[in-house]
Design a protein around this ligand. Structure first.
Ligand code: 0CH
Ligand code: SF4
Length: 359
């Protein structure tokens, strides 16, 4: 297997555990077989920070460290952290008093923060700073008595956290169709905000339909759909049309991963599937396929993509061409609660970074 261009991937401190190969047959097709590998793909800065936060908490305080909800929406990441001593819970009241509790990358409402404090838990907030930015916008617009039309998926942790900042001022808009029917108190004082991991195109459609009904609708001060979500969608759009099949590595509850499958199909991929692991790829998906597009969601460690490429190489797809549409070098410093305890360790993760985007 050869990869024709470098990828820069944020690492993960977990040990690599090899899984069994998926033995896929090398069936003949017209023309040469190849993989188009999207870049950027995989870990974003917020996921890296959250996963490293749990690992550092385990190092500093010892197991168990409790985590509210999945730290990120990836079954492999969660199970590897469980092996290291993390215990994932649904709610604060499942955590023994006085324990360390990490809030997930998706963020929490003030009610959850307060419940943890009331229980005497030592909270470590791994909410992505770009999610926190949306929380702050919600607080500010609510204070100015705006009605917030929050575009996002009902029941998603991030939406629950953001809406929880200003429940009285927030109305959830779950789809473009819902934009046609929602009722607002005062159409002259409405603003839209969004979940960070949505489809850019679908969100713009929702906004268009909201604005048709509420012409004074205000925009967020800056994009709520984050750089990582946007960059991964731009990259898959670039390779979708040339792909007979697109494979997205990511978990079923990972909004941004599921969006990549949808975007691939919208932009011309003949077929697209999401898999957690290479072993889930079915032989029949490869029938008549010459070009496979590959990408992964923002919560997916690169080792899972490497395993997929290994198994595809066994099926004759050893020519891997990386298609890069942006450079990413953003790195977030760790949660402040950890930085305090890491002080003096000269921990490089206290450093910041920057991101650049190439369209
Ligand atoms: O895509 P979603 O939001 O479901 O979450 P994920 O798969 O854990 O990816 C990281 C995003 C975390 C918060 O923005
Ligand atoms: Fe942060 Fe975006 Fe990653 Fe979510 S997907 S953790 S908002 S960088």
């Amino acid at each position: 297997m050869t990869i024709s261009s470098d990828s820069s991937v944020i690492g993960l401190g977990m040990p690599r555990i090899p899984r069994a190969r998926n033995v896929l047959k090398d069936t003949p097709v017209d023309g040469p077989k190849r993989v188009l590998l999207a870049a950027p793909r995989g870990y974003c800065a917020g996921v890296d920070r959250a996963v490293v936060a749990v690992e550092k908490a385990l190092e500093l305080y010892g197991a168990p460290v409790y985590v509210r909800k999945q730290i990120v929406h990836n079954v492999h990441v969660v199970s590897e952290l469980e092996k290291q001593g993390a215990i994932f819970v649904d709610e604060v009241d499942e955590v023994p008093r006085g324990s360390h509790l990490v809030f997930s990358a998706h963020g929490v409402s003030p009610a959850v923060v307060n419940a943890a404090a009331a229980r005497g838990l030592r909270a470590i907030d791994a909410t992505c700073p770009l999610v926190t930015k949306v929380h702050r916008e919600a607080v500010r617009f609510a204070r100015d008595d705006f009605e917030i039309l929050l575009i996002g998926h009902e029941g998603h942790e991030e939406v629950e956290g953001t809406a929880g900042e200003a429940p009285e001022h927030t109305t959830l808009v779950g789809s473009p169709d819902e934009a046609d029917t929602i009722v607002v108190r005062n159409p002259e004082k409405v603003v839209w905000l969004s979940q960070t991991t949505l489809s850019v195109d679908e969100t713009m459609e929702t906004v268009k339909r909201l604005r048709a009904r509420f012409p004074l609708l205000q925009d967020p001060p800056s994009d709520d759909i984050c750089y990582a979500t946007q960059n991964r969608q731009v990259a898959i759009k670039k390779i979708a049309e040339a792909s007979d099949l697109v494979l997205v590595v990511g978990s079923a509850n990972s909004s941004n991963s599921v969006r990549l499958v949808e975007v691939a199909l919208e932009y011309g991929a003949r077929a697209a599937y999401r898999v957690d692991f290479a072993s889930e790829v079915k032989q029949e998906w490869l029938d008549g396929v010459a070009t496979v597009g590959v990408t992964s969601g923002a919560s997916v460690p690169e080792e899972l993509v490497t395993e997929l490429l290994r198994d595809l190489a066994g099926a004759g797809f050893g020519d891997v061409q990386e298609v890069k549409t942006a450079e990413e070098d953003l790195l977030f410093s760790l949660p402040k609660e950890l930085r305090k305890d890491l002080a003096g360790n000269n921990d490089a993760r206290a450093l910041g970074g920057r991101v650049t985007r190439v369209e």
